[in-house]
Design a protein around this ligand. Structure first.
Ligand SMILES: Cc1cc2nc3c(=O)[nH]c(=O)nc-3n(C[C@H](O)[C@H](O)[C@H](O)COP(=O)(O)OP(=O)(O)OC[C@H]3O[C@@H](n4cnc5c(N)ncnc54)[C@H](O)[C@@H]3O)c2cc1C
Length: 322
């Protein structure tokens, strides 16, 4: 069922473990800093014309429409562009980044299944259905903390938890350990976190070749939110006083993932493809919202120039004169 802003806000009061400046946050929706990011995310759910009628899934968010041709991509571009303008130049990532991850999983899961006889595609589609029907907000945790950058294959790190990895295999699922960084609107604000591998891997990295999804309040998951310095402690904040997105260091401390939520497990030779396919979809999202941001900056510059009595020098094409 499509959700309202209020329903989304209620859904993130679920006991998740969030820290801000060293203190545990009991209710992110009323927290003076994270609450602003919650309200920004919530605004997406109240956008008019946010939904469309999908032939298979009914009335769902346009962000989850799988792009199948150039027209679909142009529509997605327009959706992201217009929402960015709607929210004062700050993109609303909570359904875009998750759909980027789901689209890439749909493609790569099929490849893994063909090569290894696994059933990841069915799992991904079942999870996709759960996400679209419940109109969820999703974060993507891909970037590992990485440790020593001079060592490329994850298994060569001295501290084996520098990249997220599988530490236990059980009948009902896997247990993972590690930490991801820069998780935008990560757990603090999302309902679910999709985890993807960060880079191409070698055979020794098998335990690091893992993709899965967990609810944000899963046991062992902790979100350490980066202080929002653009607002917190900045009395001159203008736009940031009403909107920003938080990002987290996302810690997985022996987190259990049931098999139906595991989308890659030790298929190390396709980890790089998954990382790259997600990044390609996500670059498309990023250039769409950055085009809107660029237009706002250009508009503001033009407005300021006009206020100062400057006119564009048309004959030269560039430069200004009074
Ligand atoms: C606004 C923003 C939002 C983001 N959102 C998300 C998100 O939602 N989810 C997510 O998973 N990630 C996210 N990221 C993370 C982003 O993908 C990473 O920042 C990026 O992959 C770089 O990783 P890093 O920050 O660890 O930098 P590093 O890997 O530490 O790189 C730092 C610098 O060192 C250089 N370098 C690295 N390794 C070497 C080497 N071996 N030799 C020489 N030079 C090297 C790099 O080229 C770079 O210049 C986000 C980042 C930004 C800026």
């Amino acid at each position: 069922m499509p959700r309202s802003a209020a329903e989304y806000i209620n859904s993130v009061r679920d006991g998740r473990v969030v820290y801000y400046r060293g203190k545990r946050v009991d209710d992110i929706t009323t927290h003076p800093i994270i609450g602003i990011a919650v309200r920004h995310a919530a605004d997406l759910f109240d956008v008019k014309n946010r939904l469309y009628d999908d032939p298979n899934y009914g009335r769902i968010s346009r962000y989850f429409k799988v792009p199948r041709n150039t027209n679909d991509l142009l529509e997605r571009y327009k959706l992201i562009y217009e929402d960015t303008l709607r929210f004062d130049g700050l993109f609303n990532i909570v359904q875009a980044i998750g759909s980027d991850a789901l689209f890439s999983l749909m493609i790569v899961a099929r490849k893994v299944d063909r090569k290894y006889g696994t059933n990841y595609y069915d799992r991904v589609m079942k999870y996709y259905e759960y996400v679209v029907k419940n109109d969820l907000a999703i974060a993507v945790a891909q970037t590992d903390v990485k440790g020593n950058r001079a060592k490329r294959p994850p298994h060569e790190q001295e501290d084996r938890d520098m990249y997220l990895r599988v530490v236990e295999v059980r009948d009902d699922g896997i247990v993972v350990n590690g930490a991801k960084i820069h998780t935008t609107q990560g757990g603090p604000v999302a309902n679910e976190v999709i985890v993807l591998p960060y880079r191409a891997m070698v055979e020794g990295d098998r335990d690091y070749a893992v993709a899965f999804a967990v609810p944000a309040n899963t046991k062992g998951l902790k979100f350490i939110v980066r202080p929002v310095l653009e607002y917190d402690g900045n009395p001159n904040a203008v736009n940031a006083a009403s909107r920003f997105e938080v990002e987290s260091l996302t810690i997985f401390d022996h987190v259990f993932v049931p098999w139906d939520r595991v989308f890659m497990f030790r298929e190390w030779d396709l980890a790089g493809q998954l990382a790259w396919t997600f990044a390609t979809y996500h670059r498309f999202t990023a250039i769409s919202y950055r085009a809107a941001t660029a237009n706002l900056y250009l508009g503001a510059a033009l407005y300021a120039a006009r206020l100062m009595g400057l006119r564009m020098h048309h004959t030269l094409g560039i430069g200004w004169f009074r």
